[in-house]
Write a protein of this length. Structure first.
Length: 317
């Protein structure tokens, strides 16, 4: 018998060799794991995202990259005095900007050439009638200047949905999106978000607190201190609970039109038990006209300031 056949017939040697190999293979995983550094728990997710991104078509990658603000877009935003897209900052009006904005307001028809500006008046043109409001510039200069700047397109604003920058009349074609019978009608929301605004905020002011004692008060909507933007409301009756929270900046006298808007049919509330506040057919602002109210100069006398005491509005017949 040859040596090869003798080796093949030796079962003890074969068994010993197999046993040695099994012991080695059993020890390898333990030795390997003991030499590794701790595993990054987020590694799998990042690897998966990288693979997904790599596998995306070039067209989708390009669209995603195009949505990122470019250096030119950021520079334009800064030049327009706007905070970066996606952020909102407090941007009060300085003296120079206020004067430039108010200088753009045309005088009311029939005003004498030598007249001195006393105050400002706003007229909302809607399909159900005009709403005429006197603005309280002397008592709420920030709110009134902001309202006029937006109405005339004198301060750039950012569309909250598209992020585009515009200098167009802000309130035109917006609707009274929230209306509550015997309480308020509300407008000034440019986007789909409940708290959307122009891209900045202005400080809260005291205004004429007595405005809220009667109907027709114009007040700024806010979500806390110094968060006024573009949204405002007009009251349907006295609302003393609003004092000190929402800057009052004017008074409207077109009560019959306000009631038509407030009493219009509403959509059913999304949640049971909640009040219906969304109009079924919202009334749109077709135009918003701002004019300067003046008094003729008689000698060297100064035009009087707006009165602090506000007479109650006439009772609706």
């Amino acid at each position: 018998m040859t040596q090869k056949s003798s080796h093949m017939l030796n079962p003890d040697r074969r068994l010993l060799k197999l046993l040695s190999l099994s012991i080695v293979f059993a020890l390898i995983p333990g030795l390997s794991s003991s030499c590794k550094a701790p595993r990054d728990p987020d590694l799998d997710r990042r690897i998966a995202e990288a693979r997904i991104t790599k596998a995306l078509p070039k067209s989708i990658k390009k669209r995603a990259k195009d949505k990122e603000p470019t250096k030119a877009a950021k520079a334009k935003s800064e030049d327009e005095g706007l905070p970066p897209a996606g952020s909102v900052e407090l941007r009060p009006y300085g003296d120079a900007e206020r004067k430039a904005i108010l200088a753009a307001v045309p005088p009311k028809a029939g005003t004498p050439a030598d007249a001195k500006v006393l105050n400002y008046e706003a007229t909302f043109v809607t399909s159900v009638g005009d709403i005429v409001c006197a603005l309280d510039y002397a008592e709420a200069p920030q709110a009134v200047t902001n309202f006029i700047a937006l109405a005339l397109g004198k301060r750039a604003w950012r569309d909250p949905d598209t992020k585009d920058i515009a200098r167009t009349p802000f309130y035109k074609n917006l609707s009274f999106h929230r209306t509550i019978k015997d309480f308020i009608i509300q407008t000034g929301r440019p986007g789909t978000g409940a708290s959307s605004g122009p891209g900045w905020t202005i400080p809260r002011e005291s205004g004429i607190a007595e405005r809220y004692d009667a109907s027709g008060a114009m007040g700024m909507v806010d979500a806390g201190e110094d968060t006024h933007g573009s949204q405002f409301f007009i009251t349907l009756r006295g609302q003393k609970s609003l004092k000190g929270k929402y800057t009052p900046f004017g008074r409207c006298t077109s009560m019959e039109v306000l009631k038509v808007i407030a009493n219009a049919e509403k959509e059913p509330p999304a949640n049971p038990g909640k009040s219906a506040t969304k109009p079924l057919k919202p009334v749109r602002i077709d135009a918003l006209r701002i004019v300067a109210l003046s008094s003729s100069k008689q000698g060297a006398e100064e035009a009087p300031s707006p009165p602090k005491a506000i007479p109650p509005p006439p009772k609706a017949k």
